[in-house]
Ligand binder design. Structure first.
Ligand SMILES: Cc1ncc(COP(=O)(O)O)c(C=O)c1O
Length: 377
């Protein structure tokens, strides 16, 4: 029988069923948000200086940021084109003009030089995306945001467990966002985390999070009742999802450790092959703490697609990634942009290999042997 290696999987634990059963049996656990609170207790240890809001998705957290910053029609927001639609939608929904800027070769994040050239007197924010869970040139973007009095938002959707110079990703900007979607290495099935680093936004963001009410002040005991005070929406994570997230957060060291071992193994097994043939691996310095994805880059889209088809024939699911937003039909109509060469090239070249807790080292041996045989043809 042909071996099947899926691109992703959900971390399995017997505790999910037990904890879900507890939740369904005891309405108080729902009402008290027992599992959400347990998640927050763990997350507060990881991000001790931030105000944290557990959200239904990173998409929701980004929308909450756009509301908090009071983004208006005509405001300009600078972001990479090589990202997920949610990075863009959150600000487009408030009427912002999206200004797509190209990425740089090494970290596949916003190129700070191009960002500076794109700043105008209408620019309100820079959105930094840390691709594959590795820091973009965040310190330079931070300096630009300070110099031009702009908000800095870190879309750290892929970054749970990742840091730069010993500082967790998501904690450099005014706001950071982490995803706990099913596609992420720590998952609530669907979920997200908003990190508020700049405390001047804390109260406003919390009010928006609580459907536009001052409920958090009420919960803290500083007012006798809560009422409608601003625009807002329901951004909270459902309690059933928090059950899944709590278990994965409890197991995070084990999960991240396994992903680290797999990443290092991929790298060591593929290095010689990459040197001999026309593809490259992720930068070596990223491998030690690589959790979210393991990608290869080929010389052309045609070659990348041929390799993906070969993998598929052998039961291996390897996937390309973002289609650059500036090249989409929606952006062409609403946010026309000059061609962004590197974003398009990287999108054509990149192929992601299976990286999740159900992958074993012998699966990687198999994946590498399929690639080796491809080059022998
Ligand atoms: C860079 C980036 N930002 C935001 C998101 C949205 O995350 P979520 O699915 O939790 O809404 C994703 C999802 O993959 C992403 O890759």
């Amino acid at each position: 029988m042909k071996k099947e290696i899926k691109f992703n999987s959900f971390y399995f634990s017997n505790n999910y069923t037990k904890n879900l059963e507890n939740l369904f049996k005891d309405y108080e656990l729902f009402r008290q948000k027992h599992y959400s609170k347990a998640c927050l207790n763990i997350l507060e240890e990881i991000y001790p200086k931030q105000d944290l809001l557990l959200c239904h998705s990173a998409t929701g957290a980004l929308e909450l940021i756009a509301l908090t910053l009071d983004i208006q029609e005509g405001d300009e927001v600078i972001l990479p084109s090589f990202t997920f639609v949610s990075t863009a939608n959150a600000f487009a929904l408030r009427g912002a003009k999206l200004v797509f800027v190209d990425i740089e070769e090494q970290f596949l994040g916003l190129d700070p030089d191009l960002v500076e050239a794109a700043i105008t007197d209408k620019t309100k924010a820079i959105i930094a995306v840390h691709y594959a869970g590795h820091a973009c040139r965040i310190k330079e973007l931070q300096a630009l945001a300070t110099k031009y009095h702009l908000s800095l938002i870190e879309d750290a959707a892929m970054c749970f467990g990742s840091s730069f110079e010993d500082q967790a990703l998501g904690t450099f900007g005014d706001f950071g966002v982490i995803s706990f979607d099913i596609t992420k290495h720590i998952s609530a099935s669907q979920g997200g985390l908003l990190l508020i680093n700049n405390k001047k936004y804390s109260t406003k963001a919390k009010d928006i999070y609580h459907v536009g009410t001052n409920r958090s002040a009420f919960e803290e005991g500083s007012i006798p009742y809560y009422e409608w005070i601003s625009l807002g929406s329901k951004f909270q994570m459902p309690e059933t999802n928090a059950v899944l997230l709590q278990e994965q957060l409890e197991q995070r060291e084990q999960i991240l450790h396994k992903l680290q071992i797999l990443s290092k193994y991929y790298y060591s097994q593929l290095l010689q092959l990459a040197e001999k043939h026309s593809f490259s691996l992720m930068p070596a310095f990223q491998i030690e703490n690589n959790f979210h994805e393991f990608y290869l880059r080929f010389s052309s889209r045609a070659e990348r697609d041929l390799v993906a088809t070969t993998f598929k024939k052998h039961g291996i699911e390897a996937l390309f990634h973002y289609i650059p937003l500036h090249s989409s039909s929606f952006a062409k109509e609403h946010f026309p942009s000059p061609e962004l060469k590197l974003s398009s090239a990287v999108s054509d070249q990149l192929l992601r290999l299976p990286l999740h807790t159900q992958v074993e080292l012998n699966d990687i041996d198999y994946i590498c042997s399929v690639l080796e045989n491809y080059f022998k043809q």
